[in-house]
Design a protein around this ligand. Sequence first.
Ligand code: GLU
Length: 461
Amino acid sequence: MTTRTRFAPSPTGFIHLGNIRSALYPWAFARSTGGAFILRVEDTDVERSTQASVDVILEGMEWLGLDYDEGPFYQMQRMERYKAVLAELQAAGHVYPCYMSVAELDALRERQMAAKEKPRYDGTWRPAPGKTLPAIPAGVEPVLRFMNPQDGSVAWDDKVKGRIEISNAELDDLVIARPDGTPTYNFCVVVDDIDMGMTHVIRGDDHINNTPRQINIFRALGAEPPVYAHLPTVLNEQGEKMSKRNGAKPVTAYRDEGYLPDAMVNYLARLGWSHGDDEIFSREQFLQWFDLDHLGRSAAQFDEAKLRWVNAQHLKAMADESLAALVAEQLLKRGVSADDRLARICGLFKDRCDTTVALADWAERFFVENVQASPEEHAQHIVPAIYPALDTLAGKLADADWSKSSIAAAIKETLAAHGLKMPQLAMPVRVLVMGTAHTPSVDAVIELLDRKLFLTRLEKR
Ligand code: GLU
């Protein structure tokens, strides 16, 4: 059997890390089993769905490299199909019209609550042999309800939660079409999952209550339900369910903040799945290792500091040239254009950075006119006593060969000529040419600077 999985987001808000994890796992499962991954946009909530939200889904997936084999399908474009399947289901006797008004439903609910019963539709309009249905009220368009089996139970072996069994007596007859004939959510999902040949549905456990109802609809349509894996929630740093309402960022914000796609994949993978104690792994390793048997059973908590750490590990391991391409993009956003020194600059600074934005902050200093140290740092290091040595160094580097070794030699000669120790000269040089005393080895930094820029900055005291 070829596996087929899907990501089925509703574009009703900007998808955040918790949501995109529900794309990562089915994608990884399809990729690691040689199956197909499908993107389906569930946009039937017309009031709340927006194109901007669709864009974040598409951009976020592209950024993270979660490529899909089919889609994006949009549910709103499949309405005719849902209506056709609804007609089949109705013809087969699995659907009946219900004329109960909203006021009647409310009254029913209140009676049930007062009697401490679970609110549920009472089956007033459900046909049964020998049963007389109420008179059809004039001028009322009915909803259509699915005739849920009344006996037995629905059970499935959830890949995360284990065996779940729900008695059909717990489930009332679901509305599957509104008075205007438009099908409702749970019905569309089942039609899609059948039409799209889903073998595995991997989704958030906020859908677990829908699953027994969906399974009954599958069966009524003569189809076998897929394997289900319901993922525990992702909590934010405060321990609440991650949601845009409590500050979760759209997934694309992490791209703009300088996170690497492979690091995000690594971090998100670990947020609810494990491979022994492995914390840092590549995309290829992840796909080799991923399985549904090691999905976590308890809620995972987002931890930004950990994400930064994971990003830093990937950043360090990344080839300088590839890093330079990403940093160049960050620089361009700031209106700074770099040149072919950028890869070496990335190589020199990547160990001390945890995002490409932090790396761009360093790289920028090589390509803009001026750098400015803090007044404190400047006052501490740029004192008149050091000016003669700075002048000597400037003189030597005005026409020296521009290589790390000759720069190092010029520094050494300057130290000897003025009887100074390395930090006494290196610190002020760094403050003047880099805007901070905390940089990698000063000769390595100078070598990557343009000579003219270096000399100009050295003079600006
Ligand atoms: N559209 C649903 C959501 O965004 C997902 C439905 C599903 O995966 O079955 O929560």
